[in-house]
Design a protein around this ligand. Structure first.
Ligand SMILES: Cc1cc2nc3c(=O)[nH]c(=O)nc-3n(C[C@H](O)[C@H](O)[C@H](O)COP(=O)(O)O)c2cc1C
Length: 179
């Protein structure tokens, strides 16, 4: 099984830690993993040309071309974003807008999706970011198989808390059957 995880956080913080922990736990089985940090990638804004509607590809030449290959090759895609004003980060939204090709060519149809979210307060509990990712998955005709949301504010809050780390491990176990 191939897993690709996408982090939409602009910093090396909780989302990144959660994704790394999930991938490390998953690697206990026969899986190959890749972590893509959007903060290190050059991804232009979708300029709305809609040429992908007929060409089924994006004509922009930036790091999305490599990411498209990874997404299409993956069996499981993990989408991780902090909550910013009750939504995903701008970085994640920019990435999502560039997924319009899949609205048309449906190459992510049936792919399994896991949603990872972190926020500093109870807005995380209201699941707005999870719901947004679910709507995205509906558009792509992919299948959400699980979601994990944790509360954290400072960049190392989760890394320094064994209880929240245990929640991540239990989540992986429940979703991927890891021991
Ligand atoms: C611009 C901005 C907006 C934020 N908006 C929210 C919010 O609406 N709800 C919330 O729970 N946390 C909010 N936060 C807090 C972050 O979600 C929190 O710090 C989180 O741990 C960041 O994740 P990261 O460590 O992966 O970057 C916001 C933070 C920033 C910088």
């Amino acid at each position: 099984m191939k897993i690709v995880a996408i982090s939409g956080s602009p910093r090396k913080g909780n989302t990144e830690f959660m994704l790394k922990r999930i991938l490390t736990q998953a690697e206990k089985s026969e899986v190959s993993t890749a972590l893509i940090l959007l903060r290190n990638k050059r991804i232009e804004f979708c300029d709305g040309c809609l040429s992908c509607d007929s060409s089924f590809i994006c004509r922009k030449r930036d790091d999305m071309q490599m990411i498209y290959s990874k997404l299409e090759d993956a069996d499981l895609i993990i989408l991780g974003s902090p909550t910013y004003f009750d939504n995903v980060t701008g970085m994640m939204k920019n990435f999502i807008d560039r997924l319009n090709i899949y609205n048309v060519n449906k190459k992510l149809k049936g792919k399994k999706i896991i949603i990872v979210n972190v926020g500093q307060d109870v807005s995380v509990i209201s699941n707005k970011v999870v719901k947004y990712f679910e709507l995205l998955s509906e558009c792509l005709e992919s299948v959400v198989i699980g979601d994990l949301s944790l509360i954290a504010k400072e960049d190392q809050d989760i890394e320094n808390d064994p209880e929240r780390i245990m929640k991540i491990d239990e989540f992986v176990k429940s979703i991927l059957g890891q021991n």
